[in-house]
Design a protein around this ligand. Structure first.
Ligand code: NAD
Length: 486
């Protein structure tokens, strides 16, 4: 029912490609007028896509009180319609994201879209709390912020929009997305589909809006826009810095460099399987994917050999120099972040290895290489399916090094161990938003792990896995002297 017709998808893609630039869209998506011309370029209406920040914010501001005026039962139907549309279109959007950005693996993007569609929390996340006593009743209830300005990454373009939209709308907000410029077409399709779903369930137009030609400048304009009450950014360090300086309440999901510790008590075969699967998911571009292994020396050989049997290619140590030249454009010395070749982010291991003259099939998901603890591969979030493995004398040293290479992001860490003392020490010292024990990193996102999903993990600002609760203002409502009824 909410599937976009090919013509609609075509129209969106054509319009985006035509580069609206400063062209004017209708003042509000609320209009059901037929497409009008902006500088000769046709502009769709009702799909939530606007030429300027001001127009998108205005449309979202009109929609927000209309959204919260609806009964909760209807908000629930709207959320279900959004999920249903994403069930129907998740695969198409995964393909669109893969083709447009050239990042990651199509089949993994399908899994990501499905995960956020099913496991992003809805209204159930918004249970109010109550306190009663001699002085009566106090109720704490979540309320919407209003209009949220959301900035999204190219690494998870459609899944972040799906996840943010479900969580933000559940909490009664409307949203303006400034998406990553290199993922604008698949992002606009996602926005358009979500709007269609909302309309089909009786919601108002303009609940989810986007800037047709997003830029870094329009992202900054959005963060400063008067009608925006909350800024939510998902991306690297630069955008987090800008958001935190915006003067607005900001929820910031920044970069990570998740270490994996494997100690001598681990189930080595399982650890190897989990690391290969986890680190290679979408070719290592997810912020939570395992990015370096610190293995206790007594199990390191067995671990690497097992990874080689379970989908990884083990790069001979003497070829590390060649691999460095592929991954990095410049290195800045031991224990320093190096400059990655951004054109190779999210490419298959076969593509990276081919640059070294090594031919492997696409079914090889990861390239594994042994490094020493100073090597920049450990200290850099390289977002390629290249897994450095560093041999350390014992679990204590592994944990110390893991904390160092994580870089203070406090994002994600993983450990494979059966030693409760070691696990407990790692949990305390890594101090991350997500800590996965004896599983793949995605278990922390609810994939083969318990708990809800979020693709906006706010470590710098402390919310952790965001959702409807974090997109809410908590309000206290006090009744004095009554309704302590027991
Ligand atoms: P990116 O920082 O290049 O872009 C993210 C978004 O920020 C884009 O929309 C971009 O246009 C915008 N942006 C970038 N610089 C900006 C600036 N100076 N002012 C205003 N807007 C700006 O990131 P990316 O390459 O799309 O994504 C990968 C990065 O994001 C990695 O570092 C990854 O760890 C991180 N990430 C984190 C999470 C999380 O939940 N914590 C999720 C996904 C990605």
């Amino acid at each position: 029912m909410t599937r976009l017709t090919d013509e609609e998808i075509e129209a969106i893609a054509r319009r985006i490609a035509a580069d609206l630039g400063g062209g004017r869209a209708p003042a509000s998506a609320a209009t059901s007028a037929p497409p009008t011309a902006a500088r000769g370029v046709p502009v769709d209406t009702g799909l939530g896509i606007f030429a300027t920040v001001a127009e998108a914010v205005q449309a979202a501001a009109i929609a927000q009180p209309r959204l919260v005026a609806l009964p909760l039962a209807q908000r629930s139907r709207i959320l279900e319609a959004m999920r249903q549309s994403m069930r129907e279109n998740g695969e198409m959007l995964a393909r669109a994201a893969h083709e447009e950005t050239g990042l990651g693996r199509f089949e993994d993007k399908v899994v990501k879209n499905r995960l956020v569609t099913e496991k992003t929390p809805g209204l159930e996340d918004l249970a109010p709390t109550a306190v009663t006593g001699d002085y009566g009743l106090t109720l704490m209830e979540p309320a919407p912020f209003g209009v949220i300005g959301a900035i999204t990454p190219c690494t998870n373009p459609t899944s972040t929009i799906i996840c943010n939209s479900i969580g933000m709308v559940a909490a009664g907000n409307t949203v303006v997305f400034n998406v990553h410029p290199t993922a604008k077409s698949c992002s606009m399709k996602t926005i358009a589909l979500l709007n269609k779903a909302i309309l089909s369930a009786g919601g108002p137009p303009g609940v989810i809006t986007g800037i047709a030609v997003p830029t870094v400048e329009s992202a900054q304009e959005l963060m400063r826009a008067k009608g925006i009450r909350l800024v939510v950014v998902t991306g690297g360090g630069a955008v987090v810095k800008v958001a935190m300086a915006s003067g607005k309440r900001a929820i910031c999901a920044g970069p990570g460099n998740p270490p994996v510790v494997v100690d001598e008590t681990a189930d080595v075969e399982k650890a190897a399987r989990d690391i290969v699967l986890g680190a290679s998911t979408d070719n290592n571009i997810i912020c939570t994917d395992e990015k370096e292994v610190l293995a206790v020396a007594s199990v390191a050989d067995a671990l690497v050999a097992s990874m080689g049997r379970q989908g990884a290619y083990v790069v001979p140590r003497e070829r590390l120099g060649e691999l460095e030249k592929v991954v990095f454009k410049a290195m800045h010395g031991p224990r320093q972040e190096a400059e990655i070749d951004r054109s190779l982010i999210g490419k298959n291991a076969s593509v990276l290895l081919a640059k070294m003259g090594i031919q492997v099939p696409d079914s090889i998901r990861l390239a594994v290489v042994e490094v020493n603890e100073d090597h920049p591969l450990l200290w850099t979030e390289q977002m390629m399916p290249v897994m450095p493995v560093c041999r350390v004398p014992d679990a204590g040293r592994a944990i110390d090094l893991a904390v160092e290479v994580e870089g203070g992001n406090r994002h994600t860490a993983v450990m494979h161990s059966k030693n409760l003392g070691n696990l407990s020490r790692m949990a305390k010292e890594c101090n991350c938003s997500i800590f996965v024990k004896n599983g793949r990193s995605q278990a922390g996102l609810g994939l083969n792990g318990e708990g809800y999903c979020s693709f906006t993990i706010a470590s710098p600002t402390g919310e952790g896995l965001t959702g409807p609760r974090t997109f809410s203002r908590w309000r206290r409502c006090v009744l004095v002297d009554h309704f302590r009824i027991t």
